[in-house]
Design a protein around this ligand. Sequence first.
Ligand code: C2E
Ligand code: CA
Length: 696
Amino acid sequence: METTSDTSDVFGIRRSRSTRVAARPGAPPPAPRFGDLPYRHMVEQAVDGLLVVANDDGRIIYCNPAAATLLKSSRESLTGSAFGLPVTAANDSAPVEIFTGGEPVFVDMHTRPISWQGRGATLVSLHDVSARRSAEARIEMQAKALEAAANGIYIIEKGGVISWANSAFAAMTGYGADDLCGQPVAILAPPSPDDTAHAELWTCLITGETWKGRIVNLRKDGSSYTAEQTVTPITDLTGRLSHFVAIQEDITERLKTEGELIRLTEYDALTGLPNRHVFMDRIKSAIERASRTKAMVAVMVLDLDNFKAVNNTLGHEVGDQLLAGIARRISGLMRSSDTLARLGGDDYGILFENVTDMAAASRTVRSFLNSFREPFAIDGHMLEATASIGIAAYPKDDIDPPSLLRHAELAMYQAKAEGRDAFRYFDREMDADIRRRVQLEADLRHAVEGNQLWLAYQPQIDLASGKIVGAEALIRWNHPERGLISPGEFIPIAEASSLILPIGDWIIEEICRQHMIWQVQGLPELRLGFNVSGVQFRQKGLFDKVAATLARSGLSAKMLDIGITETVAMERTGSVQQNVDRLTAAGISMSMDDFGTGYSSLSNLQAFPVCRLKVDGSFVKGIGVKRDDEKIVEAVVRLGQSMGLTVVAEGVETLAQLQFLKGLGCDEIQGYYFSKPLAPEDFRRFVAGFELKLPS
Ligand code: C2E
Ligand code: CA
């Protein structure tokens, strides 16, 4: 411990070398030298430190106990030592920092000239302000922290006036921190806040609670931003509300990112259109509005015709571009209040709100279809597209979004069934159609066990020999209530529900059984053709089933002919390919049915091991009527001949058709001209009595 020399100071000023005064523990307090002044007791008991410093030598003449405590020294050693502070003999006051070891002590020092026992002296009073100073330092530090905070912080006086704001808040709002002070907090609120947050905020605050929530604020330049805000009411010492402290975080950017995420989940990436989910929401809102305004809402489904063919032949890249192009064309023709959405695949949803005139809606829909007439230039291809559109209206057709969409879909299927490139309004009939389909499917499940199915056989005549060389087996269904139902009606249902599989098995069994009966009845052996659908070709066990049935019946494989469609021929996937290979390897022949009606190319035909090419009845019908059809018939016959295939014409009803085909060198004829498909016994009689007689 340092000791003070005679001349040393008892304390140092800030930045001066600290000097410590040695304490003499246990020493008795020095006797006051100023006698029995009446104020002695008062001075000795004073809270502030009091010292008397002689003006001539600057030494302490007197110090009270409080001064000794403050200076952390004893009165004895202080008395007589140099005071060390420049004291003026005038009334003066100055803040002083005293270093006496440990924490510095802050004091306010006041000096007064006095006369002490005849000497000129200075009365020094020392008032300890350390506690206040540290409180001030803490507040200063907190203020700096608030100022430096990344969040916007501002203080609002009870009267709604901003009294302080940090730089972050100034930056967020575009005001200078000083501009904000004194401004009513209302300048931050948008003119007519459409959120309820502002009202809610004040209601909460006046009850003394902290409010936390999302708020939209206005910047100085008039733009707005969204903030996450906490406002806490502050009360004064008496417990009365005095001001509010608000802390804000600008979340505009974050919301934007969130918004982009929502876009990704709600919008289709390829076309940028809303997806099915959003479309359903929009229908719902439109219905809610329409129920108030008594307007109509039209919900539509647009499906491209033959889009699969584009994807299959030109690739998905081109398909994608076509889908986007279609979206652009439709969008260009719509009002801003309408919605175009992508429902998936090549299905688009269209919503017209506020429809007052259905005829006007029809015109717009027609303009969509017409806009596709102009080919789409994609990747060097000029693509033509057509679409089928179904329309359902609120409130006429239904009142809930899922039903409206379902009805629109139904109407769209109807438009497709009626030849595509058209639009159809939903009507109750269509709904009835669907119900009928569902009922038919249920009934069809019992058709096989119920012996309601049978096969009709239509003879095929070879023009060169004049003989019946084969027959096509065509399925018939005797419905217990509805009578004979055409395969055109129930085969698609059977295919869609996989019922075609048990039915297909039954057909093969039935053909083999019938063949054996005819053999016993002495009929010449005929090639029996039957249709096998894609669903059947896709099943793994098709070949094994056919082979087993053939083996049981003793029918030779070369007497069977399977009619396939172009769609099957195009689909050369694993199971289809394997079945085709094994069936043909076993000696069963294949006929390409309905050639020219699908989208198959020559390459499909070449790649497929077919023996016969069937000219579709729809083209035969045009012979003598439509030159285009005649050209197609001619081309198909020539194509078949050039590939070494037997060409069979079906649907031949007139002699003119027959002669045209004969002239082309067509090999076989099937059709009403010779015979309708016949029940087995009728067929047997027909074959037995047949003789080709053609007028020359
Ligand atoms: P498809 O294979 O093209 O069969 C030819 C259709 O034309 C048959 O109709 C036949 O009755 C009809 N037809 C034959 N000659 C003439 C004619 O001169 N004029 C007219 N206008 N029509 C003629 P059907 O029997 O109603 O069969 C319709 C379609 O149902 C068939 O078309 C075929 O795709 C399918 N189908 C029929 N039977 C079966 C079957 O056993 N299995 C499968 N998977 N499909 C079948
Ligand atoms: Ca056919």
